[in-house]
Ligand binder design. Structure first.
Ligand SMILES: [Zn+2]
Length: 387
């Protein structure tokens, strides 16, 4: 019985924290109602969370309130500490320092090296630089989150396979933890971004959504019922390797005609160069298409249609409230995203149309690293709530 009560108290603490993340500051009575607790049970829980430094009281004066006491609200305590996020993708890796609300306080880039020890040393040096620069003591650093493209096991902290880093079974969490002396957490880059958006960003209030990340390759992360859905072995979301054309181009995963070989930015640039177009990125292809280049237009249409078709399958499988496309290039209003939207609208059952929001989000370069920081923040909050 006692064990049951302890379990209930822990899960209620986590619910308080999740509610404050989803809705921002809330009064005790609104929190009690949302979680389904008595006012006195909530008061006791909030006392413990305030003592642990996770939650703080804040007061607001409502419009027109001239007399009487201002309302007391509970909010996450942003002074509790800071988190670092590291995105190990592209040639330039990025490290960001965030507060517990996901505000990026400083970033620092370093050349990506694929040797795990050297990578950990670069993270340590970047961490020292940022902490010194911001006048923050290391003891106030709550954790480091790592986002890696590929298959990872967050529980063991092992990168099982990353084609980009050419890592197989690398225990990167223990290496980084040993070198930096800071608790470290690992996640796949698309899952990190999905957690970042749930914790800090555009999808805070949603319980069922998918993030599709458009970069060198295509990634996806899903929240289902308010929780990150990783699948049985962390592979949920590998839409980049949906087979879209069984007779298509060879993919780096060993299969043929994967979505990545048609709609990944690296693939589009390669396809364009093979047709003698001088392009460096997706924006360049869009620019050529906008002045009537038919080869560029064809690549963008084809890529957009393939991605839209893949996402239409995903919508009918998971029935999300929203699909958020995140990209770092200036491609809004271009042919590619228009084709994505059209292909989704043409291929999902009509009844899904009004209930599925399609969001297109131009993300800052720090987007992936901020997602990584959210992994550390989420793990910290979750661990503290269960103490
Ligand atoms: Zn593939």
């Amino acid at each position: 019985m006692r064990q049951l009560e302890e379990y209930a108290a822990k899960s209620s603490k986590l619910s308080v924290i999740e509610s404050l993340i989803e809705s921002g500051a809330m009064s005790r009575s609104d929190l009690a109602e949302k979680i389904g607790l008595s006012r006195s049970a909530l008061t006791e829980l909030s006392r413990e969370l305030i003592e642990a430094g996770l939650v703080r009281e804040t007061s607001v004066v409502h419009d027109g309130q001239r007399q009487g006491r201002p309302s007391v609200l509970l909010a996450l305590n942003e002074n509790r500490g800071y988190v670092l996020g590291v995105s190990l993708q592209d040639e330039t890796a990025l490290l960001v320092l965030c507060d517990i609300h996901g505000n990026v306080l400083q970033n620092h880039s370093f050349e990506l090296t694929t040797r795990p020890e050297a990578c950990a040393a670069a993270i340590r040096d970047g961490m020292k630089y940022i902490l010194q620069n911001k006048g923050i003591q290391k003891k106030n650093l709550l954790g480091i989150g790592l986002a890696i493209s590929g298959f990872v096991d967050p529980h063991s902290g092992v990168c099982i396979r990353s084609n980009e880093l050419d890592w197989s079974d690398v225990p990167i969490v223990s290496v980084v933890q040993r070198v930096t002396g800071v608790p470290t957490y690992l996640e796949n880059d698309a899952n990190a971004v999905a957690t970042g958006e749930k914790l800090f960003g555009n999808t805070r209030k949603l319980r069922n959504f998918t993030i599709v990340t458009l970069s060198y390759a295509i990634g996806a992360g899903h929240y289902i019922g308010g929780r990150l859905y990783r699948g049985a072995s962390g592979g949920a979301g590998e839409i980049g390797h949906y087979t879209m054309d069984p007779n298509g181009l060879s993919c780096r995963c060993g299969k043929k005609g994967c979505l990545d070989t048609i709609s990944g930015i690296a693939a589009m640039v390669d396809l364009a160069r093979n047709q003698s177009l001088a392009v460096e990125n997706l924006q360049d292809i869009e620019r050529l298409a906008s002045v009537g280049n038919t080869a560029a237009t064809g690549i963008l249409r084809n890529a957009g249609q393939a991605l839209g078709l893949a996402v239409s399958y995903l919508i009918q499988t998971n029935n999300p409230e929203a699909v958020l496309f995140a990209f770092t290039e200036d491609i809004e209003g271009g042919i590619f995203l228009t084709a994505v939207r059209q292909a989704i609208e043409n291929n999902i059952l009509p009844r899904f149309l009004p209930s599925t929001k399609l969001l297109f989000h131009r993300a800052a370069k720090s987007f992936w690293a901020r997602g990584a920081a959210s992994i550390a923040a989420h793990e910290f909050l979750r661990t503290q709530a269960s103490l």
